[in-house]
Structure formats: C-alpha cells, structure tokens
Ligand binder design. Structure first.
Ligand SMILES: [Fe+2]
Length: 507
C-alpha cells in the first residue's frame, strides 16, 4: 500500500484522529477531590503510591547500597508512570491519566545508587503547568471545559513505559507518539515522528525486542474511535523498517501483545461505547458476551493477519509466547472483574483506602491451532500477579520462566507485596515476600553480561515503603528469587507507583 493510500485508509476508519474527541462532547462529571485524597493518605499511608507529585524534578539523591552489588551489574533502571494527577482542586479519577514522570535509578558501580526523576515535558504538561489547571481531555476523567485537541499528541501524557533504542530513550503511552528523553538528564527532546505521514499516530507502550535487536510495536486505532491495528517495525538502528495497517473485524481494546520467533499475536477485547458522554474509559464498556478477536501476524508479512476467536478476556499484559508443533502458546494475565479492569485501583485514586481492591487476576494460556484455525484458553492455576516479564533469550519452542509481582501472606495495601518466579509447566514457584507493609512493582529481568543461558541474570524491581515514606529498589538473583535481594537501597523520599521500566546496561 502506498503511503498516501495508507493514511487515507487510516483516517477514514477513525473518528477525528483524536483520543479526546469524545470527551469534548461530554457533560462534565465529578472528578476526585484532592482534599479527600489527602485525608485518605493520613488514614492509609500506602495511598502514597497514588499521591501526585508537585515538583517537575526529583533528586538527584545518592544513597548507599545495602548488600553487595553483583559483579557486572552497572547501568540504569529507567521507569515511567503517571505522576502528576492533581491541579487546581481537581484530581484525576483514573490511574492512567496522570502526566508521566521518567525515573533513572543509576547503579554507579562504586557501591552507590543515585536516583533522579523528571516530568516528561509533553505539550500537554507544559501548557497545563503554565496555566495551573488541567486544560486537555484525559483518558479516564472528564475535564470541565477541556480544550480542543488537534491530534493525539496534544493530549499525550507519555506515562506508561520507557524503552532504549540504539542509545536513545523513549517515554511511551498507548495514545500517541513516543517522546524522546535524554538518557542522562531526562530532559524531553520531543515527540518522535518515524515517517512524516505517520506523525502523532499511536505507538504503544509495550514494544517487543526481536532476536535481531529490531523492535515490534502496534498502535491501536480503536483508541481513536475507529477499528484497525497499526503494526510498527523499527530497526535496531532506530529507523523505521515498516508500518502497516491491519483492518480489524470490530473495535477491540488491547494494551500489549505477544511474540514468537515468527509471529506477532494481538488479542483484542471487544468493547462498546456508552451513548452518554465522558472520557474514553468512562464511555468504554467491555463486551464479555462477544468473543476475543485474535490476530496472528507473520513477521515476514506484517500487512495481513490470520484471525481466531476465543472466549472474551480482559488483559493488559502478556508474558511469553512460543511455537509448539502447528500451534502457538502464549501466556497472559486475565483480569476477572470488568469494572476493575476498566479502572484499576479506582478507589485508591479517590483516597478511599478502606474499599480499594486490586481485583482478581489469573495467569492463563492461549492455545492457537494454526492448522485448524481454533483457539482456546487454559487456566494455569496461578493467580494474583501482574506485570509478568521473562528472559527473552529463552528458546523459541518452550515456555519461559515468568517473573512477576504477587501477593504472599498478609498485606496492608491491596497491592503486591512479593515477587515470584513461575515455572508454569512444572508447576513450580519461588517467591520472595518483602513484607506486610511493602508495595512491590514490576521486576525487570537483566541478563548477566557475558552469559548465554536463559534466566542467568538478575531481577531489578522497585518498592514503596509507606511506613517510612520512602521508595526503594531491590536486585535479586533470578535463579534464587527465594533468597531475597542481594542488594537493596532506599531513597529519602517516596515516589508514586509507576508501571513499566527497562534496564540499560552501561556499555
Ligand atoms: Fe502496561
């Protein structure tokens, strides 16, 4: 498809090319009250994980590492998450709304660790900072008198993840462009346009790195009110290799995807829009009565898909996927409560610590029979996990060991307080419990330099200790998770919980 026709197809399938277009027609609903949230934090200190930042930068703070830094572990854990969630008496309702803050946790190699963080200076954040109030539509909260947006990047919050490509760093969000950030200073360099006709199109927050170092990603046109999937392929040099649009049979939500050596797999959860106005997540209703639509895209033909159907599943995050005979097996974290899936930790955002819930999640396998065109889900018996990651060096014909935050024993907060390694096929699990009061986030797998065997490396994860109002970081040996951190550090301050990160080893 030539470029012009490509764009025309895309635009004709969308309603206005703007995530916030729906919100502009909405009647303002009540957003949360910052004073009520502040009261909530007094009663439930773990709500610090959802407290808005009030400064564009944090740190740099340098602290001593407790324990011994493993030989070879040097570099930076970058993380991103919604951080600025209150302005002028209005607090966002939805966890996904806050403007993104990128964190750099630097292992300095001399026994110290330093942390700094900086808000991503998107056009939205910069203009709202100046105005002192929210000006633009949000994904999950109705903003009174929101200004019109010309394209996705006018409302882009760049708040979900961060990835390194060829020495460059990008803050990602599912609703618009990647924003380039300086890897040392964390200064924002601006939105990335991979090709002029693709400006401001969604570049999602969960790209996957292939064995050749190139990167696959998607952009969901459903977020813009249309139906269709944009498939991105970026070379390891950071240049666009291809961008293709796959027409989808109906509107479906997807936040991430899975990949085998030969295929990309996209699982779309059908949804409808409420007639009543509101933000995207206020109007969006999952349609569990309709089947999930699954697209399998061959990497050597990324402009077409083979479609499958399986019972509906609301999923944010996928684990690994692998080829088995004529089929594909993939792992995913299914969310079993539709309201919770639409607005995770909603009560926490409102400051209602007494009623907050993290919902119920199940680790499920999707089995795709490529020859017969059939798909089915299989339960693994593993529950209460999120943010699963694995060593991508795992061979392409077997399941990977999954690493994920989980809950073990009593927990003060309705959140994860432990990290576990799951050998799903053998039904084995290793777990490290941080404690009753600690909140545990995603743990990134970092390969040991020079190693080749899958799972030879470390887990680097962030923590919140609300009792002492401090955030921290832990490093565990991935093969001995039950032994706990080999090294750990605590900052003199607390930062809001985030979503995803990446470790960039010092070269
Ligand atoms: Fe995510």
């Amino acid at each position: 498809m030539d470029r012009r026709r490509f764009l025309r197809t895309l635009i004709s399938s969308t309603a206005g090319l703007a995530l916030g277009a729906a919100a502009l027609r909405s009647a303002p609903a009540f957003a949360n009250d910052p004073a009520q949230f502040a009261e909530g934090v007094q009663a439930h200190p773990w709500l610090l994980g959802w407290r808005s930042v009030t400064s564009e930068t944090l740190g740099p703070a340098t602290v001593d590492l407790q324990g011994r830094l493993p030989t070879g572990l040097a570099g930076t854990l970058y993380r991103n998450g919604p951080a600025w969630s209150e302005r002028n008496g209005l607090r966002y309702d939805h966890w996904f709304d806050g403007d993104g803050m990128v964190h750099g946790w630097h292992f300095n190699g001399d026994g110290t660790l330093s942390h700094r963080a900086r808000m991503v200076a998107t056009p939205k954040f910069t203009r709202e900072q100046k105005a002192g109030r929210f000006l633009y539509p949000a994904t999950g909260t109705s903003i009174p008198n929101a200004q019109a947006v010309r394209n996705n990047d006018d409302a882009n919050v760049a708040n979900t993840s961060v990835i390194g490509i060829n020495g460059r760093l990008f803050a990602l969000c599912e609703s618009g462009s990647a924003f380039e950030v300086h890897p040392d200073t964390l200064d924002t360099l601006g939105p990335v346009t991979w090709r002029p006709d693709l400006a401001a199109l969604p570049f999602s927050a969960h790209p996957l790195v292939d064995r050749d170092g190139s990167l696959w990603n998607f952009g969901s046109i459903s977020l813009l009110g249309g139906a269709g999937l944009l498939v991105w392929h970026i070379g390891k040099d950071g240049q666009l290799r291809s961008a293709n649009v796959i027409q989808t049979p109906e509107r479906g939500y997807l936040h991430a995807f899975a990949m085998t050596d030969q295929h990309l797999v996209f699982v779309l959860a059908p949804f409808d829009f409420n007639a009543a106005g509101g933000s995207f997540f206020e109007r969006m209703q999952f349609a569990p009565q309709r089947p999930a639509r699954i697209a399998v895209v061959a990497k050597d033909a990324p402009d077409k898909a083979q479609w499958f159907e399986a019972p509906f599943a609301a999923i944010y995050h996928f684990g690994d996927a692998y080829q088995r005979g004529d089929g594909i097996v993939l792992r995913a974290v299914r969310r079993d409560n539709m309201d919770e899936a639409r607005s995770p930790m909603k009560e926490a955002m409102a400051g209602d610590g007494a009623h907050a819930s993290n919902g119920r999640t199940s680790l499920v396998e999707l089995h795709l029979d490529m020859r017969r065109g059939k798909a089915h889900w299989q339960d693994t018996g593993i529950s209460t996990i999120e943010f699963p990651l694995f060593d991508p060096r795992t061979a392409g014909n077997r399941g990977a060991r999954l690493y994920a935050p989980t809950v073990e024993g009593p927990a003060t907060a309705p959140y994860f307080n432990a990290v576990a390694a799951f050998d799903v096929d053998r039904g084995r699990r290793q777990v490290w419990r941080y404690g009753t009061d600690i909140l545990a986030e995603e743990h990134v797998f970092v390969p040991r330099p020079g190693s080749r065997d899958a799972d030879d490396g470390w887990l680097v994860g962030t923590l919140l200790d609300p009792v002492n109002a401090r955030s921290g970081i832990a490093v565990l040996d991935a093969r001995h998770v039950q032994d706990g951190p080999v090294v750990q550090a605590w900052l003199p301050y607390a930062v809001p919980l985030g979503f995803h990160g990446t470790f960039v080893a010092r070269s």
